[in-house]
Write a protein that binds this ligand. Structure first.
Ligand code: SAH
Length: 410
């Protein structure tokens, strides 16, 4: 096979050799041959020593994404190997046959731009008939290279970890940086309107095609459990609750009451539905509101909570928006601290890679200073292990979850 060759400028291979998979447009000295959009190319450093194989995208600032450190084709066998590797890692910590989890986490699993979430549960039919057990998959194709290899991806998935149906959730905004339109639909088999999955002993009805992202935020699984450890006997506020992951886990673990808030009407309906499914409706109330305004209203009404969860969407989508994000996070965290009763627990998250751990800690320091209370660190947490954090590719590390106790007034 005659593949085009990409020759890098001096030293531009160093980051790649440490594990990073992206080649930016300004790092390339020359292109030998005429690779088409999405083509497989061979990458060499400035001394012409091989670096690996990559997907080419002439329309993206990320011109090439390495998928292998060898010269090889991204054929079905390549995807089979990659999926088997990804599955082997998950088997160390999870039971993929019985648990919903992220099977492929893009670059961190050596598959640039491919996300595959696997949901194990019961299909919920609308007519109230029998519910079938099964496994369904929600996939995001976020790079041109992956977009053009969907057939191989599906075939390899079928042989490594077959699912009853595959939902495509290629509606992530990052697709536009790859020059790709958004697309949502059933790619293979059948995808039920709702799937009831189990997490931390609770049942959640999720919507693979219509829910946010892939339908459920799997990355917070263990953080929900960690938060719920402190719920007993407390009044809980779950801000940015989505379908109630944190709030319902708290309610099931002894919270006196849970007030959940989200700006999405569908999410709020899902919280109430999920509360009822788990027999927790008496303790859970879900409200559709802008959390910033809602927290302000609660403050005005002098409401107090024993446990508050803050899990907002990513405020910093890139380096340029970090300062604005800092103000947003601080505002939110300050309000939450003011709403906490003495000895109350704050579970505060940021899912933005660009907003670093150091930044996040500094932001919380500022909020504590302004709130005039001493915080004690209870736990410093991150995303669950099905979203692996790998060396050389810092973008993989994105979720921060700090659990702190609001101590004495200063
Ligand atoms: N805590 C959730 C995940 C939260 S994702 C879980 O455990 O699964 C972020 C959520 O914030 C989304 O559900 C989104 O609808 C909501 N959201 C975004 N902006 C908001 C705002 N200004 N006020 C309230 N909710 C908001």
């Amino acid at each position: 096979m005659d593949r085009a060759r990409i020759v890098l400028k001096p030293k531009e291979d160093l980051r790649l050799r440490a594990g990073h998979p992206w080649v930016y447009d300004n790092e390339i000295a020359r292109v030998e041959g005429e690779p088409g959009p999405g083509a497989e190319v061979e990458v060499f450093d400035a001394r012409l020593i091989p670096v690996g194989s990559a997907f080419w995208n002439p329309n993206s600032k990320i011109r090439a994404r390495l998928y292998s450190r060898a010269f090889r084709a991204a054929d079905e066998a390549f995807f089979v190997e990659a999926f088997e590797r990804a599955l082997a890692w998950r088997r160390r910590f999870f039971d993929p046959e019985r648990q919903s989890l992220r099977l492929v986490f893009g670059e961190a699993d050596g598959l640039p731009g491919l996300i595959i979430d696997s949901f194990v549960g019961r299909a919920l039919p609308l007519d109230g008939g029998g519910a079938a057990e099964g496994r369904w998959v929600s996939a995001q194709f976020l790079s041109l290279g992956m977009e053009m290899r969907k057939d191989r991806v599906l075939a390899a998935l079928e042989s490594v970890f077959p699912a009853a149906g595959v939902a495509e959730r290629s509606d992530a905004p990052v697709r536009r940086f790859e020059g790709l339109p958004t697309r949502v639909g059933v790619m293979k088999g059948e995808v039920p309107r709702r799937v009831a999955i189990e997490e931390n002993g609770l049942s959640f009805a999720i919507d693979l095609l219509g829910g946010q992202k892939t339908g459920w935020f799997l990355d917070q699984r263990t953080n929900r459990k960690a938060a719920a450890k402190f719920a007993s006997g407390r009044r809980v506020l779950d801000a940015f609750c989505n379908q109630g992951g944190f709030g319902l886990t708290c309610a099931a673990n002894g919270a006196d009451s849970v007030l959940a808030v989200d700006a999405s009407a569908e999410a709020v309906i899902a919280v109430s539905h999920n509360a009822a499914q788990n027999g927790l409706q008496d303790r859970v109330r879900a409200v559709e509101a802008n959390a910033f305004d809602f927290l302000r209203e609660l403050e005005r009404a002098k409401e107090r909570f024993g446990l508050i969860v803050l899990d907002p969407p990513a405020f910093a989508k890139n380096r340029a928006s970090v300062e604005g994000a800092h103000r947003g996070y601080k505002d939110l965290n300050l309000r939450a601290l003011k709403l906490l009763e003495p000895g109350g627990i704050l579970v505060t998250c940021s899912c933005s890679h660009w907003f670093s751990r150091e930044r996040f800690a500094a932001m919380l320091e500022e909020a504590a200073r302004d709130a005039g209370c001493r915080l004690r660190l209870v736990e410093e947490r991150t995303q669950d292990l099905d979203h692996p954090i790998v060396s050389g590719y810092d973008e993989a590390r994105y979720l921060k979850c700090l659990i702190v106790e609001a101590g004495e007034r200063l």
